[in-house]
Design a protein around this ligand. Structure first.
Ligand SMILES: *Cc1c(COP(=O)(O)O)cnc(C)c1O
Length: 464
């Protein structure tokens, strides 16, 4: 076979992709008919495809490229580490400098007593670690019955059997089943589910479902509660202000471990190092991945409290680990990524520049006939599409139809904005500049206009 390069015609690359490459979360036969978009390079907040389109990546890849594309320092560090020590394991009483340095740095950055890192290759793997860790924790404490983990409908915690079971997405459960001992409560999605309640009342109501569930199961059966500080893949659902304080009160009262899945909300996304700081949560364990390396290398992990780590380390082996736990190249790249975020003041940039400017411009979109609410925490945002704002109404079409149409218009207008159902979501690289925010908003508005026009033309919505 000839060498495959990005100078080959797009159609040939697409045909090879369709013939041999199985895409995640994709109906591959349908994609084969249409052809994948093929990206070839990235610079700052833009990616370029084989057709030469320069696309503003409003999603930072999959919520991960926090420092933006094209930072060659990370490649330099990777090469140096590969040349020096490409791999060694951390299983058999051995360690290496990148894993040590990264763990120590994470302990410094993480709030409170979160001082101990168990490395994984991804967010899903880290959540599998967490399932084992919390169950083992209660085992050692002499309460082996405490093994149920309570999570939330429409939460996302990865797609391994463990991560997918913690997550609250039924299409994933329907794909091969779930593991046992996971229970789900409602999500704090006021826009879609709040009815006539105020957001504050609804937030309390949803949080109290945790207490009801604990009492139903018995606190002596419940190991932990897991939640994303702000649901990401579920549609950037920002919880009402009453929600997390009440969850914290309940887990404290019943002695339930709290796992904050910070895979998206970590590393500057919300304007602090961690979403737990922004939302005032005190977790016992944090799941990390994505922005940890800005996606330049696959790496994830669990940051555990002194108390959890002490128990896990005290009664024989913790029988769990991955060949690539703390992989030296990935760890060295992650460390360089954290250095860049810190030394270049990227979190201050989010807090003082990018968030305030985007917040104003994002809110302006609510004057569009299709847009109900606009939410933004740090650089994680969503808009709800609706045919009737006052009623927070759903479209008559199947949920997600309008969102999908809007996403297609965005793509055509060189903007990557994802849809979750009929919410449009963004999570751009942290380095986005005000003039790039203007480009994002201009393309978003154009795409919304085109979507609206098409809906009116198809008789699915009245003009207005
Ligand atoms: C992406 C994500 C995961 C899974 O991470 P992978 O690296 O894809 O396994 C877990 N939790 C949250 C909140 C995520 O957004």
């Amino acid at each position: 076979m000839n060498k495959i390069t990005n100078h080959m015609p797009t159609a040939e690359l697409q045909a090879l992709d369709a013939a041999h490459h199985m895409h995640p979360f994709t109906e591959n036969a349908a994609l084969a008919r249409k052809g994948a978009r093929i990206m070839v390079r990235g610079e700052g907040v833009f990616v370029t495809d084989t057709e030469g389109h320069k696309i503003l990546d409003g999603m930072a890849g999959l919520w991960c490229v926090n420092i933006g594309y094209g930072r060659t320092e990370l490649g330099d560090v990777a090469k140096r580490q590969m040349d020096e020590l490409a791999y060694y394991n951390t299983f058999f009483q051995t360690s290496h400098v990148p894993a040590i340095a990264l763990a120590a740095k994470l302990a410094e950055l993480a709030p409170g007593n979160l001082n101990h890192v168990f490395f994984a290759g991804s967010g899903s793997e880290a959540n599998d670690t967490n399932i084992r860790a919390v169950r083992r924790y209660w085992d050692i404490k002499g309460q082996p019955e405490k093994r149920v983990i309570i999570a939330r409908k429409n939460g996302y915690h990865g797609s391994t059997m463990g991560g997918g079971s913690l997550g609250g997405m039924s299409p994933i459960w329907a794909t091969g089943g779930m593991i046992d001992g996971i229970e789900h409560i409602g999500e704090p999605n006021w826009w879609a589910q709040g009815g006539d309640m105020t957001p504050e009342e609804f937030g309390l109501m949803r949080a109290r479902e945790l207490e009801t569930k604990i009492l139903e199961l018995g606190a002596d059966k419940v190991a932990a509660f897991i939640g994303e500080p702000i649901q990401g893949a579920g549609g950037v659902i920002v919880p009402p202000s009453t929600y997390w304080p009440e969850i914290q009160r309940i887990v404290d009262k019943y002695g339930i471990l709290l796992i904050a899945d910070e895979v998206i909300t970590g590393f500057g996304r919300t304007g602090n190092w961690f979403g737990s700081q922004t939302l005032g949560i005190r977790p016992d364990i944090m799941t990390i991945a994505k922005g940890l390396s800005s996606g330049y290398q696959p790496i994830g992990g669990s940051i555990m409290s002194d108390g959890v780590a002490e128990v896990l380390g005290s009664h024989g082996d913790f029988n769990h680990g991955y060949t690539y736990s703390g992989h030296p190249v990935a760890a060295a790249v992650a460390l360089e990524n954290l250095r860049i975020i810190e030394e270049e003041g990227m979190i201050e940039h989010v807090r003082d520049v990018a968030h305030p400017y985007l917040a104003t411009r994002w809110q302006e979109l609510t004057d569009h006939p299709l847009v109900g609410e606009a939410k933004l925490v740090g650089l994680m945002g969503s808009i709800a599409l609706t045919p009737d704002k006052a009623k927070r109404a759903k479209f008559a079409l199947e949920t997600g139809t309008v969102g999908y149409r809007c996403r297609e218009r965005c793509f055509a207008n060189n903007l990557i904005m994802r849809h979750v159902g009929d919410r449009m979501i963004i999570s751009p690289p942290l380095v986005i500049k005000p003039e790039e925010i203007d480009v994002l908003i201009e393309r978003a508005r154009k795409s919304l206009d085109e979507t609206h026009k098409a809906l009116v033309a198809d008789g699915m919505m009245v003009a207005g």
